[in-house]
Design a protein around this ligand. Sequence first.
Ligand code: G3P
Ligand code: MG
Length: 353
Amino acid sequence: PAGFLGRRALSTNSNNAPFPDKLAFAFDIDGVLKQGKFVLPQAKRVMKMLTGEDGRLPRPVPFLLMTNGGGVVDSERVKLLSRDLGVELNENQLVQSHTPLKPAMAQFADKVVLCIGGPKDAARKVAESYGLRKAVLPHDILHWNRTIWDRYKFGPADEELVRHDINFTTTPVSAIFVLHDSYDWGRDLTIINELMQSEGGLLGTVREDRHIQKPGGEIPLFFSNPDLEWKSDYPVVRLGMGAFSLSVSAVYKATTGLDLPFTQIGKPHRLTYEFADSMLRRRVKELRGADQDLNVYMIGDNPLSDIWGANNFGWDSILLRTGVYQGGEPSHIPTAICDDVELAVDWAFKNER
Ligand code: G3P
Ligand code: MG
């Protein structure tokens, strides 16, 4: 990869080259703009520049944030990120891991769908924001029958989350959406494994032909984030939702002899990039009042997520050293490697001029 040597001050406005109208950015969040709760100061400066707020650019540069994180309703997350980054972002500038699932969810609008991920009823709130009317939580299932996972201490706080209008003895679960990290792997793995081998999604039943893979035999299962690892503020990379789906797959294989059938979205999958690309184009129209050809640079910290996906999709990619990637030959070769997000934006400006 083209290495970037040394730290330079942002010099995007310092020469007479024409403004790079086609330039656009897709920023990863964890390991690029943030490390856990910590917001990198370089990220705040970059945001202020690209939005045009600091007056260093003659006009704003289109960008969006594209994360495999989630578990928060998109409009809420936009508010939180705007506060963290010190700029006003709008909803067309954020793709979370589950955002591209919205169209797929439409067919389940009135079906009972199990939503997993995040604390409390986070997954249900996300699903409801995408139009699901009968989103249920693992808590609802435990309330129906605690012995499905008797290691869990079901307390008053859990009780408060329960919706009482669904009887799982007679009503099947039509689909499962894992929208964020499971907060209780044992409970959630057990319930998913059971449902995937059940008679049409009816809890407490086992399909006679569960050892035979036949399309449509199992209920649809979606995972929104394939990351095996990600970077928080802990010194060592953390296991992500990809580690959870691997675990579910391994247990399903051991109990049925079959590969777990599921749909995976999130970076590096193409659907997520297509979704982000169309949002960026909408953003350009908002900013400039017309369509425009774009050269998009994905700035990320994870070669297996950000870089692989961007390369496949035909975007340029810049790999940073502030997250999962720590040096050496990356598994997917980016257009450039930079020390941090500010230097990456600087590199892209120079590359476009
Ligand atoms: O759970 C979040 C993580 O897997 C990655 O987030 O922003 O680096 O795509 P991000
Ligand atoms: Mg990242």
